[in-house]
Design a binder for this molecule. Structure first.
Ligand code: PA5
Length: 441
């Protein structure tokens, strides 16, 4: 059973939870019986159970092959085809892992295709000139502009560095089973491929090969990650539906005028948890003129920037703190005979003790200042705990979206910027849009 704890008593009362219980149960039923809007995108709900040993073995085999030939592996993808792997790898890696050189057997995992920055690609291709690199290219549609640009540039470089035949062995494509440009290219060039199922949306895909392959290449235990997700699924199904309780809590707060939720960590390795979570909730809930705006902060760092606003700004914010019980290492604050900085009262104490007191003190200050505080307690940062946390947030998001009255599994608004960009770029087929947008410039 997953041992993540959810505390809601500093955000809502038991009476408030009871009052919304019927709505909560209706949303749970809609999700669990697949009777709501977007029910053709519910493949993620039983995905951990359906992920069998054969698939995990295949993923680990592909990871081994890349680890055996590459000191660097570039994952090309954006949005749901990027954020899950980035979050899990960062959470499980040392804080300074990025400074360590990659080596064969333990390659550095880098990311591309998540922006359109010329300087980013210039610097990345410069770095890769002296590296033995491979590519995992991830795109469900196979047509997304950002990863298409990055992949075209990196594939050309890889072929120039090692030849087309060897490049084909170092490229793994994760895409649709049959459709899309990436599928056509992968089949033509003989790349190893993994499939993103039709019924799993990008932001729910971290526990598919989309997330699992990069995470395995980085050296982490994907079996434990998937098992953690299964544990959380089993827990919610057994009646201890903490995900539904979280969904209900945030909907009570939203209905009471708390329109912004900030996901808080006190652990820098969890920065990208916030980025992944923001995509999950923003694309799922922000539609039809509704939705809790998801933001994220790294404390105590951001207490020195956003802290003032959270404490005393407009009272529309609530926070969800992801707290970690156990750190991995020990650092004790030393005694100093001059004590010029005045912190000798902390001498002999663990740095984490100070961090935990900052966390407690901040929670009390924020609650006193009118910022409801939801707390998600992790025993430690491990593969299994992260697997449970992923499933918890995914399930909560589905329930919450239905409580809000939206389809949590589409993202029609994401297309708007693309149409304008294509019109401005004069993409064939967009001639009328090009004329219209140019008239506005
Ligand atoms: O969640 C989503 O659907 C999006 O964020 C997509 O993952 C993102 O746009 C990338 O799409 P694709 O994998 O088709 O390249």
């Amino acid at each position: 059973m997953s041992n993540i704890k959810l505390e809601t008593q500093n955000a809502v009362t038991a009476a408030q939870l009871s009052a919304i219980a019927a709505d909560e149960q209706a949303a749970v039923k809609t999700l669990d019986t697949a009777t709501g809007a977007g029910n053709d995108f519910l493949g993620w709900t039983d995905l951990p159970e359906r992920t069998d040993s054969k698939l995990l073995d295949d993923i680990m085999d592909a990871a081994r092959s890349l680890r055996n030939t590459c000191d660097t592996v570039v994952c090309v993808g954006i949005g749901g085809s990027y954020l899950g792997a980035k979050f899990v790898i960062e959470a499980l890696s040392g804080n300074f892992a990025a400074m360590e050189p990659g080596r064969i057997g333990a390659p550095k995992v880098l990311f591309a295709g998540q922006n359109i920055s010329e300087d980013y690609l210039y610097e990345l291709t410069g770095l890769l000139r002296s590296r033995s690199f491979g590519i995992i290219v991830i795109s469900k549609s196979g047509t997304t502009t950002e990863p298409a640009i990055a992949f075209r540039i990196l594939r050309e470089q890889l072929e120039a560095q090692v030849g087309r035949g060897e490049a084909a062995k170092r490229i793994v494509a994760i895409t649709d089973a049959k459709r899309g440009a990436l599928r056509v290219l992968a089949d033509r060039e003989g790349y190893r491929t993994f499939v993103i199922e039709d019924n799993v949306g990008g932001r729910y895909s971290v526990l598919t090969p989309v997330g699992l392959l990069p995470i395995a290449v980085a050296g982490f235990d994907i079996r434990a990650l998937v098992q953690g997700a299964r544990d959380m699924h089993a827990r919610c199904a057994s009646g201890d539906d903490v995900a539904a309780t979280y969904a209900a809590t945030r909907n009570i707060l939203y209905r009471a005028g708390k329109k912004i939720e900030i996901l808080v960590n006190f652990c820098p390795r969890l920065h990208f948890l916030g980025e992944w979570w923001k995509q999950l909730y923003a694309e799922s809930e922000g539609k039809d003129g509704k939705g809790i705006f998801p933001a994220s902060v790294d404390f105590s760092t951001d207490l020195h920037s956003l802290g003032q606003m959270i404490q005393q700004g407009e009272r529309t914010v609530f926070e969800t703190v992801v707290s970690v019980d156990k750190v991995d290492h020990s650092v004790i604050i030393p005694e100093d005979k001059d004590n010029l900085d005045g912190i000798n009262y902390l001498a002999g104490k663990h740095v984490d003790y100070v961090n935990k007191m900052a966390e407690k003190g901040t929670a009390i200050a924020h609650i006193d200042g009118g910022v409801p505080n939801i707390r998600i307690q992790l025993p430690a940062i491990t593969e299994s705990v992260l697997g449970s946390l992923i499933y918890f947030f995914e399930r909560a998001c589905g329930v919450s979206g239905y409580m809000l009255g939206v389809n949590p599994f589409n993202q029609p608004g994401v297309e708007e910027y693309k149409r304008n960009m294509f019109a401005l770029l004069e993409k064939p087929g967009y001639e009328e849009d090009t004329k219209a947008i140019k008239a506005r410039l």
